[in-house]
Design a protein around this ligand. Sequence first.
Ligand SMILES: Cc1ncc(C[n+]2csc(CCOP(=O)(O)OP(=O)(O)O)c2C)c(N)n1
Ligand SMILES: [Mg+2]
Length: 569
Amino acid sequence: MSSNSSRRMRIGDFLLRRLEEAGVRHLFGVPGDYNLELLQQLQDTGALKWIGTTSELNASYAADGYARLNGLGALLVTNGVGALSAINGVAGSYSEHVPVICICGSIPLRSIDRGLGMHHTMADGSWDHFLGAYAQVTAAQARLTPRNAITEIDRLILTAWREKLPVYMELPSDIAYLDIEVPAGPLVLAEAPSDPERLRSSIDAIAGRLSAATSPAILVDADADRFGVAPELMELAEKMQIPVAVINTAKAVVDETFPYYLGVYNGKASEPHVREAIENSDSLLSIGYRPIEVTTGDFTASLPANTIRARGHSVDVGDDNYQAVTLKEVLRGIIDAVPHVGNRAQRHVAAAVASPHADGSAKLTQAAYWQAVQGYLRPGDVLFVDNGTSYALLGLKLPPNCTFIGSVNWGSIGYSVGALLGALTAAPDRRHLLFLGDGSFQVTAQELSTILRHNYKPVIFLINNGGYTIERGYLGKTEPYNDIANWAYADLPKVFRPDTSARSFVVKTRRDLQNALSTPNDTMIFVESIMDPHDAPAAVTTSSNKGADLNYGPRGPQHRENLQLRPPR
Ligand SMILES: Cc1ncc(C[n+]2csc(CCOP(=O)(O)OP(=O)(O)O)c2C)c(N)n1
Ligand SMILES: [Mg+2]
């Protein structure tokens, strides 16, 4: 059949078919009367697998986690109530550059035509509020009609994939079963090729600079992962012996055992050799760099003035800005254009500090905890970090082929539990390790039930320190607003799935932790570690202290006696 031939198909079936052609094999979400008709089509055709979640917020986090490993993710919500429950997570996908398709089963076109008041609306005769809200947090939005369904479905899916950003689509509940003429050929996810002259000129400019440089370096942000160019960056680094640093949002995007991997650049908070290599480079190539306070050591980052700024679809070199180029083609061209360099002076990466041997029966500390976690990591692990003292994971050295899933820019607590469900669904055969605090967990804990329902086998490392320790470093060291209710966290697998085979541990000492860590990964492992509310990695408290100065200014309450958790002196 030729690609421009057409056939008849129901709108809902066509949408599911397009998602499948785009590589989406699972749909997360919560049913509602405005989307049940599409769910029935999913059921009848077996097109995608439905993964029902306990809330739309968690579905949005799951679709994000799924997309991080799969390249594209999708969720299905219902009008208004579902859409707005999911909007925090979708906004996070926007902030973090993750392509997610949010499909909202919306009020029937019949009601719009006739001006009928409907539930899940403002009951004010309007129907555009939620499209308007989503216009703020997505790259493209549309309400489908029988006339626009073909073009809009393809436009939204392609926009999400090309821009690496979320999109929002309303499917009115009375059109999913209507037949339309649809293209017979599949949807092809492809970048438009670069403009040949712009591509050649940008490659010449960058390759020229890198070749002439004596201390070139590469600085990587998350877009290197989103646009899939980590292999090209490593190939370039290897060919020219160029050191590569990442910022925290791009942890593990470059294999940390790669010989030219430097470490994490974070302004003055970086290790000295990383800072030196980036800030004194005479030709720094940055990839998708989007600095914020927590990725720049509180704005102490200082990139050379002549930094080359490459992004997904454009490049800045000196005074020139190149449009209509794709990052992958630019990097491939640079690799071909630059000479082999075999004699650049090697930098020495500081060896890992030897671990002091502590008493196994002593109370577990954050220091001992992260040291034990370091030893537990294996090549290929998928690692999740939520907001809180678990950010300490960013300081560990990761084995090869690990994936790091976090939300450093958006930072919505609880994200990691939903993201874990999504990533487990996308890659069930990898080992998934979740690191989070009690406060973050309490936001999205019930999604554990979905993870258990599907027999997934992650390891969950929960720090029970009685509340929001990272916040105590901003303000309220001992204030009750940073305290939370104590749950029997380790009992929850049993609560959420009475017949579970999950192994739960309540860890109070280093020996308890070692015992938990020696368990095989043939079922879910839930490790609840009890720690002191005032025990926090120095990097976390220092960053919180600085954040308080930035947030509250010189007249703020953080200067008052003992109101702020500080690093031990
Ligand atoms: C949705 C949302 N609400 C509030 C916050 C503010 N916040 C950031 S970290 C944090 C506390 C995290 O506590 P916990 O998960 O227990 O980590 P800990 O530092 O105690 O290890 C809070 C409330 C946030 N980031 N996101
Ligand atoms: Mg806590």
